[in-house]
Design a binder for this molecule. Structure first.
Ligand SMILES: C[S@@+](CC[C@H](N)C(=O)[O-])C[C@H]1O[C@@H](n2cnc3c(N)ncnc32)[C@H](O)[C@@H]1O
Length: 284
Protein backbone atom coordinates (compact mmCIF):
# COMPACT_ATOMS: atom_id res chain seq x y z
CA UNK A 1 0.00 0.00 0.00
CA UNK A 2 1.18 3.52 -0.71
CA UNK A 3 2.68 5.38 2.24
CA UNK A 4 0.15 8.22 1.79
CA UNK A 5 -2.57 5.78 2.87
CA UNK A 6 -0.54 4.21 5.64
CA UNK A 7 -0.18 7.57 7.34
CA UNK A 8 -3.85 8.50 7.24
CA UNK A 9 -5.47 5.08 7.69
CA UNK A 10 -7.58 4.96 10.84
CA UNK A 11 -5.61 3.52 13.76
CA UNK A 12 -7.53 0.94 15.81
CA UNK A 13 -4.42 -0.50 17.41
CA UNK A 14 -5.11 0.89 20.91
CA UNK A 15 -8.02 -1.55 21.18
CA UNK A 16 -6.27 -4.65 19.84
CA UNK A 17 -4.52 -6.00 22.91
CA UNK A 18 -6.78 -5.40 25.89
CA UNK A 19 -7.88 -7.95 28.45
CA UNK A 20 -11.52 -7.45 27.41
CA UNK A 21 -12.93 -6.85 23.91
CA UNK A 22 -15.20 -3.91 24.73
CA UNK A 23 -12.88 -1.16 23.48
CA UNK A 24 -12.36 -3.17 20.28
CA UNK A 25 -16.07 -3.45 19.59
CA UNK A 26 -16.69 0.21 20.51
CA UNK A 27 -13.97 1.49 18.16
CA UNK A 28 -15.11 -0.75 15.31
CA UNK A 29 -18.83 -0.04 15.72
CA UNK A 30 -18.02 3.68 15.52
CA UNK A 31 -16.91 3.11 11.91
CA UNK A 32 -19.55 0.46 11.22
CA UNK A 33 -16.88 -2.22 10.82
CA UNK A 34 -18.73 -5.00 9.12
CA UNK A 35 -16.32 -7.22 7.21
CA UNK A 36 -16.53 -10.35 9.44
CA UNK A 37 -20.32 -10.22 9.06
CA UNK A 38 -20.23 -9.67 5.31
CA UNK A 39 -17.58 -12.34 4.90
CA UNK A 40 -19.55 -14.96 6.88
CA UNK A 41 -21.82 -16.20 4.05
CA UNK A 42 -18.86 -16.27 1.65
CA UNK A 43 -16.79 -18.32 4.10
CA UNK A 44 -19.77 -20.63 4.68
CA UNK A 45 -20.18 -21.22 0.98
CA UNK A 46 -16.49 -21.95 0.55
CA UNK A 47 -16.47 -24.25 3.60
CA UNK A 48 -19.38 -26.20 2.02
CA UNK A 49 -17.56 -26.52 -1.29
CA UNK A 50 -14.37 -27.59 0.48
CA UNK A 51 -16.25 -30.24 2.47
CA UNK A 52 -17.82 -31.60 -0.69
CA UNK A 53 -14.61 -31.58 -2.70
CA UNK A 54 -12.42 -33.08 0.01
CA UNK A 55 -15.16 -35.31 1.41
CA UNK A 56 -14.72 -33.97 4.94
CA UNK A 57 -17.15 -32.97 7.66
CA UNK A 58 -14.95 -31.57 10.41
CA UNK A 59 -12.89 -28.52 9.53
CA UNK A 60 -9.82 -27.00 11.10
CA UNK A 61 -9.66 -23.29 10.31
CA UNK A 62 -6.63 -21.08 10.90
CA UNK A 63 -7.57 -17.41 11.34
CA UNK A 64 -4.69 -14.96 10.76
CA UNK A 65 -5.34 -11.80 12.79
CA UNK A 66 -8.01 -13.59 14.86
CA UNK A 67 -8.24 -10.86 17.48
CA UNK A 68 -10.88 -11.69 20.13
CA UNK A 69 -12.18 -14.62 18.07
CA UNK A 70 -14.75 -12.63 16.08
CA UNK A 71 -14.72 -14.88 12.99
CA UNK A 72 -14.82 -17.99 15.18
CA UNK A 73 -17.81 -16.63 17.13
CA UNK A 74 -19.73 -15.83 13.94
CA UNK A 75 -18.85 -18.97 12.00
CA UNK A 76 -19.48 -21.38 14.88
CA UNK A 77 -22.88 -19.92 15.81
CA UNK A 78 -25.97 -18.20 14.42
CA UNK A 79 -24.78 -14.86 15.80
CA UNK A 80 -24.18 -11.91 13.53
CA UNK A 81 -21.88 -9.00 14.23
CA UNK A 82 -24.74 -6.74 15.38
CA UNK A 83 -25.58 -9.38 18.02
CA UNK A 84 -21.99 -9.17 19.27
CA UNK A 85 -22.00 -5.36 19.24
CA UNK A 86 -25.25 -5.38 21.27
CA UNK A 87 -24.11 -8.08 23.71
CA UNK A 88 -20.78 -6.37 24.40
CA UNK A 89 -21.84 -2.72 24.29
CA UNK A 90 -25.55 -2.63 25.15
CA UNK A 91 -26.29 -1.68 28.78
CA UNK A 92 -28.09 -4.97 29.35
CA UNK A 93 -25.91 -7.04 27.00
CA UNK A 94 -24.91 -10.48 28.24
CA UNK A 95 -21.25 -9.61 27.62
CA UNK A 96 -21.36 -6.03 28.90
CA UNK A 97 -19.77 -6.88 32.27
CA UNK A 98 -16.18 -7.95 32.56
CA UNK A 99 -16.83 -11.33 34.13
CA UNK A 100 -15.20 -14.44 32.68
CA UNK A 101 -17.94 -16.70 33.97
CA UNK A 102 -20.63 -14.69 32.15
CA UNK A 103 -18.69 -14.60 28.88
CA UNK A 104 -18.03 -18.33 28.82
CA UNK A 105 -21.65 -19.03 29.81
CA UNK A 106 -22.86 -16.82 26.96
CA UNK A 107 -20.78 -18.57 24.31
CA UNK A 108 -21.61 -21.96 25.81
CA UNK A 109 -25.33 -21.13 25.54
CA UNK A 110 -24.84 -20.23 21.86
CA UNK A 111 -24.09 -23.89 21.23
CA UNK A 112 -20.86 -23.22 19.36
CA UNK A 113 -20.62 -25.88 16.67
CA UNK A 114 -17.72 -28.22 17.16
CA UNK A 115 -17.41 -29.43 13.58
CA UNK A 116 -15.47 -26.21 12.86
CA UNK A 117 -12.43 -25.82 15.08
CA UNK A 118 -10.35 -22.64 15.04
CA UNK A 119 -6.71 -21.89 15.65
CA UNK A 120 -5.96 -18.16 15.79
CA UNK A 121 -2.75 -16.30 15.01
CA UNK A 122 -2.35 -12.76 16.32
CA UNK A 123 0.39 -10.84 18.17
CA UNK A 124 -2.30 -9.33 20.43
CA UNK A 125 -1.80 -11.98 23.08
CA UNK A 126 -4.52 -10.73 25.44
CA UNK A 127 -7.09 -10.96 22.66
CA UNK A 128 -5.95 -14.49 21.76
CA UNK A 129 -6.10 -15.48 25.44
CA UNK A 130 -9.66 -14.10 25.73
CA UNK A 131 -10.78 -16.06 22.66
CA UNK A 132 -9.25 -19.25 24.03
CA UNK A 133 -10.73 -18.74 27.49
CA UNK A 134 -14.22 -18.39 26.02
CA UNK A 135 -13.83 -21.57 23.96
CA UNK A 136 -13.94 -19.71 20.65
CA UNK A 137 -10.45 -20.86 19.67
CA UNK A 138 -9.16 -24.36 20.23
CA UNK A 139 -5.61 -23.14 19.76
CA UNK A 140 -3.92 -19.76 19.75
CA UNK A 141 -0.57 -18.55 18.48
CA UNK A 142 0.07 -15.16 20.11
CA UNK A 143 2.92 -14.23 17.81
CA UNK A 144 4.04 -11.64 15.29
CA UNK A 145 5.10 -13.91 12.43
CA UNK A 146 6.39 -10.88 10.54
CA UNK A 147 9.19 -10.78 13.08
CA UNK A 148 9.94 -14.38 13.98
CA UNK A 149 9.44 -17.96 12.88
CA UNK A 150 7.08 -20.45 14.51
CA UNK A 151 8.22 -22.66 17.35
CA UNK A 152 7.91 -26.43 16.99
CA UNK A 153 4.85 -26.41 19.26
CA UNK A 154 3.19 -23.64 17.22
CA UNK A 155 3.92 -25.51 14.01
CA UNK A 156 2.18 -28.57 15.41
CA UNK A 157 -0.88 -26.43 16.23
CA UNK A 158 -1.16 -25.45 12.55
CA UNK A 159 -0.74 -28.96 11.13
CA UNK A 160 -3.74 -30.54 9.39
CA UNK A 161 -5.38 -27.18 8.66
CA UNK A 162 -8.19 -27.25 6.10
CA UNK A 163 -8.65 -23.55 5.37
CA UNK A 164 -6.66 -20.46 6.32
CA UNK A 165 -8.81 -17.32 6.56
CA UNK A 166 -8.25 -13.67 7.38
CA UNK A 167 -10.31 -10.47 7.64
CA UNK A 168 -9.04 -6.97 8.37
CA UNK A 169 -5.44 -8.08 8.71
CA UNK A 170 -3.63 -7.88 5.36
CA UNK A 171 -1.26 -4.96 5.68
CA UNK A 172 -0.33 -5.93 9.21
CA UNK A 173 0.31 -9.48 8.04
CA UNK A 174 2.28 -9.77 4.80
CA UNK A 175 3.69 -12.60 2.70
CA UNK A 176 6.14 -13.33 5.56
CA UNK A 177 3.34 -14.38 7.91
CA UNK A 178 1.41 -16.24 5.20
CA UNK A 179 4.55 -18.16 4.16
CA UNK A 180 5.25 -19.26 7.74
CA UNK A 181 1.66 -20.30 8.41
CA UNK A 182 1.31 -22.11 5.08
CA UNK A 183 4.61 -23.94 5.43
CA UNK A 184 3.52 -25.31 8.79
CA UNK A 185 0.26 -26.66 7.39
CA UNK A 186 1.30 -27.41 3.79
CA UNK A 187 1.01 -31.20 4.15
CA UNK A 188 -2.80 -30.95 4.25
CA UNK A 189 -2.87 -28.52 1.28
CA UNK A 190 -5.22 -25.99 2.94
CA UNK A 191 -7.11 -23.41 0.94
CA UNK A 192 -6.49 -19.75 1.76
CA UNK A 193 -9.45 -17.34 1.74
CA UNK A 194 -8.69 -13.74 2.56
CA UNK A 195 -10.51 -10.40 2.52
CA UNK A 196 -7.99 -7.60 1.95
CA UNK A 197 -9.12 -4.01 2.39
CA UNK A 198 -8.61 -1.64 -0.54
CA UNK A 199 -6.02 -0.59 -1.56
CA UNK A 200 -3.82 -3.26 0.03
CA UNK A 201 -2.17 -5.34 -2.64
CA UNK A 202 -2.38 -9.14 -2.43
CA UNK A 203 0.24 -9.72 -5.12
CA UNK A 204 3.14 -10.61 -2.82
CA UNK A 205 1.02 -13.02 -0.79
CA UNK A 206 -0.29 -14.65 -3.99
CA UNK A 207 3.26 -15.00 -5.28
CA UNK A 208 4.33 -16.63 -2.03
CA UNK A 209 1.40 -19.04 -2.12
CA UNK A 210 2.34 -19.89 -5.71
CA UNK A 211 5.60 -21.25 -4.32
CA UNK A 212 3.44 -23.78 -2.46
CA UNK A 213 1.75 -24.64 -5.80
CA UNK A 214 -1.48 -22.77 -5.05
CA UNK A 215 -3.40 -20.74 -7.63
CA UNK A 216 -4.83 -17.47 -6.35
CA UNK A 217 -7.91 -15.81 -7.74
CA UNK A 218 -9.58 -12.52 -7.07
CA UNK A 219 -13.31 -13.19 -6.89
CA UNK A 220 -15.00 -9.91 -7.80
CA UNK A 221 -18.48 -10.97 -6.80
CA UNK A 222 -17.34 -11.80 -3.25
CA UNK A 223 -16.05 -8.24 -2.66
CA UNK A 224 -17.57 -6.96 0.59
CA UNK A 225 -18.02 -3.79 2.60
CA UNK A 226 -15.33 -3.39 5.28
CA UNK A 227 -16.14 -0.17 7.15
CA UNK A 228 -16.94 3.52 6.75
CA UNK A 229 -14.19 5.95 5.84
CA UNK A 230 -12.98 7.59 9.06
CA UNK A 231 -12.28 11.06 7.64
CA UNK A 232 -12.42 12.88 4.31
CA UNK A 233 -8.61 12.84 4.32
CA UNK A 234 -8.57 9.06 4.67
CA UNK A 235 -11.21 8.74 1.94
CA UNK A 236 -9.18 10.89 -0.43
CA UNK A 237 -5.93 9.04 0.25
CA UNK A 238 -7.57 5.64 -0.28
CA UNK A 239 -9.31 6.75 -3.49
CA UNK A 240 -6.07 8.21 -4.82
CA UNK A 241 -4.16 5.00 -4.07
CA UNK A 242 -6.93 2.90 -5.62
CA UNK A 243 -6.83 5.02 -8.80
CA UNK A 244 -3.05 4.65 -8.99
CA UNK A 245 -3.36 0.88 -8.62
CA UNK A 246 -6.22 0.63 -11.11
CA UNK A 247 -8.70 -0.68 -8.51
CA UNK A 248 -12.29 0.08 -9.49
CA UNK A 249 -13.80 2.50 -6.92
CA UNK A 250 -17.48 2.82 -7.93
CA UNK A 251 -18.71 1.42 -4.60
CA UNK A 252 -16.38 3.51 -2.46
CA UNK A 253 -17.38 6.70 -4.28
CA UNK A 254 -21.09 5.95 -3.96
CA UNK A 255 -21.49 4.55 -0.46
CA UNK A 256 -18.95 6.20 1.82
CA UNK A 257 -17.60 2.77 2.75
CA UNK A 258 -14.27 1.16 1.93
CA UNK A 259 -14.48 -2.39 0.55
CA UNK A 260 -12.38 -5.53 0.78
CA UNK A 261 -11.49 -7.82 -2.10
CA UNK A 262 -11.79 -11.57 -1.67
CA UNK A 263 -8.86 -13.77 -2.73
CA UNK A 264 -9.05 -17.54 -2.83
CA UNK A 265 -6.00 -19.77 -3.22
CA UNK A 266 -6.23 -23.52 -3.78
CA UNK A 267 -4.34 -26.29 -5.54
CA UNK A 268 -4.91 -26.29 -9.31
CA UNK A 269 -8.00 -28.31 -10.14
CA UNK A 270 -9.71 -27.30 -6.88
CA UNK A 271 -10.13 -23.64 -7.83
CA UNK A 272 -13.87 -23.16 -8.21
CA UNK A 273 -14.30 -19.42 -8.25
CA UNK A 274 -13.14 -16.36 -10.09
CA UNK A 275 -11.50 -15.79 -13.38
CA UNK A 276 -8.60 -13.57 -12.56
CA UNK A 277 -5.52 -15.62 -11.88
CA UNK A 278 -3.32 -13.08 -10.23
CA UNK A 279 -0.14 -14.96 -9.47
CA UNK A 280 0.43 -17.31 -12.40
CA UNK A 281 0.90 -14.58 -14.96
CA UNK A 282 3.55 -12.91 -12.82
CA UNK A 283 5.60 -16.00 -12.19
CA UNK A 284 5.45 -17.58 -15.65
C1 LIG B 1 -8.94 -4.87 12.31
S1 LIG B 1 -8.42 -6.18 13.37
C2 LIG B 1 -9.26 -7.54 12.59
C3 LIG B 1 -9.63 -8.60 13.57
C4 LIG B 1 -10.61 -9.65 13.08
N1 LIG B 1 -10.02 -10.47 12.05
C5 LIG B 1 -11.86 -8.99 12.58
O1 LIG B 1 -12.04 -8.87 11.37
O2 LIG B 1 -12.67 -8.56 13.41
C6 LIG B 1 -6.71 -6.44 12.92
C7 LIG B 1 -6.04 -7.55 13.73
O3 LIG B 1 -4.76 -7.80 13.15
C8 LIG B 1 -3.89 -8.10 14.21
N2 LIG B 1 -2.51 -7.99 13.77
C9 LIG B 1 -1.67 -6.92 13.80
N3 LIG B 1 -0.46 -7.26 13.35
C10 LIG B 1 -0.53 -8.58 12.99
C11 LIG B 1 0.40 -9.52 12.49
N4 LIG B 1 1.66 -9.19 12.23
N5 LIG B 1 -0.01 -10.79 12.27
C12 LIG B 1 -1.29 -11.15 12.53
N6 LIG B 1 -2.21 -10.31 13.03
C13 LIG B 1 -1.83 -9.03 13.26
C14 LIG B 1 -4.27 -7.11 15.29
O4 LIG B 1 -3.75 -7.50 16.55
C15 LIG B 1 -5.79 -7.18 15.20
O5 LIG B 1 -6.29 -8.18 16.04
Amino acid sequence: MRSSVQWVKHDFSGAYNRKWPHAYFRAHLALDYTIPDRAKPVFERIFADYRRLRNKTELKIVDIGCSYGVNAALLRSDLDLDDLYAEYLGSSGSLSRRLDIEHSAFFHSCGLRDDIRFVGVDPSFRAVRYARNQGLLEGGIPADLEARDLTVKERCALADADIIISTGCVGYATERTFARVYKASAASRPWVVVFAMHPFSYDDIATTLREFALETRLVDRFRQRQRRFSTTTERQAILTAMAELGIEDRLERTTGYVYASCYISAPPGEVLYGRTLISAAKSQ
